[in-house]
Structures are given as C-alpha cells and as structure tokens.
Design a protein around this ligand. Structure first.
Ligand code: PLP
Length: 424
C-alpha cells in the first residue's frame, strides 16, 4: 500500500483504517447464555409465568429481581414493570403529578420521557442540556413556575446528571425529582447509585440498555407511600395488596406488570452487569485520555470520568458542517459514526423530532393536556432550547460496548486523528 493511499481519507478514495465492522451498541443481549437459558427453562418447567399467582408468590422471579435491585441500589423499595416508559408513568402518578401540572425535562432524551408526562395529563416543559449531555441546572431553575410539580432528570448515554445542584434546586422549589436512568443502569454519582438519589428512579430493560429482558423496566424509591402508589398504578387489580397491607387510598391503575419469564431472564443479566460496566468504563477512560490530546475536538469534563459509564463516545467539533463531514469520514474509515442532530434522520432523542409535542397533539386529534392550560400559551419550536440544538449539531457519536478491544480502540483513535488533521 502506498503512503498516498494511507494518507488520503477513505471518504476520498484512500485506504480505510479498518475493514472489520464496528461493534454493535448492544451489551446485555450479547451476553445471553446458559444462565439465562436455564432460568427461563426453569420458569417454563414450573409453569408459573404470571407473577401474582397466589402459590409461590414470595419466591416469584419478579420478587427476586426486585430484591436484587433493592440491594444493588440500596433503596427500600423496587417495582418490576414491563418497560421504562411504564416505570416513568408510574413514577409520575406515584408523585401525584397530574392534569395541568408542569414537569421539566431535558430537550435531549428519548421521546418516551416526554410522552410519559403527557400520558398523566401534565405539560412537558423543555430545558436545555449542557455539554455533559444532561440537564443544565441553571436553565432548570429558569424554567420553574408556581405550577411546576416535578423534574425528570435523564442520565443520558450513561452519563450522570449533576445531581447535587438538581437536588438543591428541587428542594428550594419543593419539586419532586424523578431520575430517568433508562440509559444508565449501574451508573453512579459521587459514589451514589443512580436512581437512588431522587424521589423515584426509573430503569429500562429494553434491548439497547446495559442489561435487558427484551422489554422491561424497574422503579425504585425509598418512600413506602410512593412505592404503594406505583404498585396500584402498575396493576389495576392490585394483586400485590392481597399479600401486603395497602396504606394508600385506591385509584384505578393500568396493567404494566412484568412476566416471570422476563424477570428470570434479567436476573441472569444483573450478575453480568458489573463486569460489562468495568469494561466499558475502562475503555472509555483510555479513549478519552487519548482524545484529550487532539486539540481539534472537544469533550466535556465529565466524559471518561466516574460519572460516565462509557456506553457511547460523543465529541464536539466546531460546526454543523464539520460534524456532518467527520461522521461521514469516520464511517468511511470503518468506524460507524453518527452526526447527532443532522436535521434529517428524525432521531427521537431530540425534541424537535417529537412531532406530537411540536404540534401539541393528543391521540384524539385535539390538544390535551395543553388545552387544560390555555393561559400558558406553551409553544415548542427550535428557539425553545437553542443551545441544545446548536450543541447536538456539532456532536459526533460512535457506539461503544464492552466488547471493544484494544485493536478497536487503536483503530478509533487512528481514524479520529487522521480525520481531525485533514478536515478540522
Ligand atoms: C432515556 C430513556 N427514557 C425512557 C426510555 C423508555 O424505555 P422503554 O423503551 O423500556 O419503554 C428509554 C429507552 O427506550 C430511554 O432511553
């Protein structure tokens, strides 16, 4: 191979740094193996696939999964549910958030965070993120009104939000704090487990997450009252209250119960999580410490530190145009990369792509819950969170997982440095 081919970007016909496919974004599901198989088969053999059958209730797989979460996170209560979205909805109901209340959320999160708020009749109030990719506490404070009831803090891409500042602000304004840790299962903030710091923590066990049951979720809290309210909402029949004393008044619920098969599957996964995260964290630390030597790209201080699970690499370049070029050039070099906000791909992590929110539309063609608060004159547009959009326009993302090897990291760094000198 001539020097020229190595020097030329693959985008312009040069030799790519790598021809092997880049790693997938999946973690827990890559590890599915004999333990999970055995647990699921055991459940099938027992013929006990519904959690609340009276016989064997205390030894159910769902109860075991809740017990593991409680001890893992150090919370008093846990509730297994069938998705991260239903965990968020139960958390909002548990906190008493309802029609016409305002709930603040970051402008960069999965669409489910916003949808959950409207499902309980509350009005989503968007807030800027900062370069950490999580909610900006200063902007959060600006968006509080007398009608704000709660804030959903999202630990985005496995990065912990600034919980000290958020808890301080929430206390001053008497707000409930719900942690959306769907993307940060197993993460920490100053040594404390994510999900255990606010009033309620919510996790997703969908396949893109650290560990998975395919579809599933978990809600954790230290408050018996909030837990009981969540239990009521996750199960309209209130089955659990046939076995424990109900201390809250009855209200109607949904059916967000997890099956025994799903619980058994993720029990096997929870044991594997520390090893997965040790690998992703140490890889990210290595990648970030090398990338900090490359002056043409920017990284937030939090990246690669304790508060970053290392599930993804995001870096910033000077402009929207250069982010597009860098993502294309990296992909051509054999490292699949994404321009985070390209204005085209309709990524449902970015608020301007949440069509129902932008048009304030409900499932019946009307404008509930915004119609409850006409005086609010709530509008959502590109100018609602301009900093977030500008930041994400300059952001390039590469998926990481625990299977990234030293060779993969070498290829990644070689490709970024090759591109940085030529394109930035
Ligand atoms: C930040 C965030 N919140 C909530 C959810 C919803 O979780 P689920 O897909 O399990 O409903 C997801 C993932 O899908 C997510 O990434």
């Amino acid at each position: 191979m001539g020097m020229k081919a190595m020097d030329t970007l693959a985008l312009y016909g040069g030799t790519p740094v790598r021809t092997k496919p880049w790693v997938s974004k999946y973690m827990g599901s890559e590890e599915l193996g004999t333990e999970e198989k055995e647990r699921v088969l055991d459940v099938l053999e027992k013929k006990r696939i519904f959690r609340y059958l009276p016989k064997g209730l205390e030894t159910s797989e769902c109860a075991a999964l809740e017990a593991e979460y409680k001890s893992f996170l150090g919370t008093n209560y846990a509730l297994a549910v069938n998705s991260g979205t239903s965990a968020l909805i139960c958390a909002l109901v548990a906190c008493g958030v309802g029609p016409g209340d305002e709930v603040i959320l970051p402008a960069y999160t999965w669409v489910a965070t916003a949808a959950a708020i409207t499902m309980v009749g509350a009005i989503p109030v968007l807030c800027e993120i900062d370069e950490s990719l999580t909610i900006d506490p200063e902007d959060l404070e600006q968006r509080i009104t007398p009608r704000t009831k709660a804030v959903i803090v999202v630990h985005m891409r496995g990065i912990s939000a600034a919980m000290d500042s958020i808890m301080f602000i929430a206390k001053q304004h008497n707000l409930r704090v719900i942690e959306d840790a769907a993307q940060a299962n197993g993460g920490t903030y100053k040594g404390r487990m994510l999900g255990s710091i606010g009033d309620v923590g919510c996790f997703s066990l969908q396949q893109s997450k650290v560990i998975t049951t395919g579809e599933g979720g978990m809600l954790v809290t230290n408050s018996e009252e909030l837990w009981q309210r969540a239990v009521l909402y996750h199960d309209g029949a209130g089955y659990q209250f046939r076995f424990i004393e109900r201390k809250v008044p009855a209200f109607p619920g949904q059916n967000y119960r997890l099956t025994e098969l799903q619980a058994a599957l993720s029990l096997g996964q929870l044991q594997k999580m520390p090893r997965i995260l040790e690998q992703t964290r140490s890889n990210k630390q290595k990648i970030v410490s090398e990338l900090r030597k490359q002056p043409k790209i920017q990284l937030a201080p939090v990246f690669g530190g304790e508060e970053d699970l290392g599930l993804s690499l995001i870096f910033y370049v000077p402009s929207r145009e250069s982010a597009k070029n860098v993502a294309e050039a990296l992909t051509a070099e054999g490292i699949e990369a994404f321009h985070v906000y390209d204005g085209v791909s309709n990524d449902q992590h970015i608020y301007v792509n949440w069509e129902f929110l932008m048009s304030k539309r409900d499932p019946w063609g009307d404008h509930y819950p915004w119609s409850l608060r006409p005086e609010m004159e709530m509008e959502y547009s590109a100018s609602t969170c301009p900093f977030t959009l500008e930041l994400l326009q300059r952001a390039v993302q590469v998926h990481l997982n625990h299977l990234v090897t030293q060779d993969d990291m070498d290829d990644l760094l070689t490709a970024i440095n090759k591109i940085a000198v030529r394109l930035l």
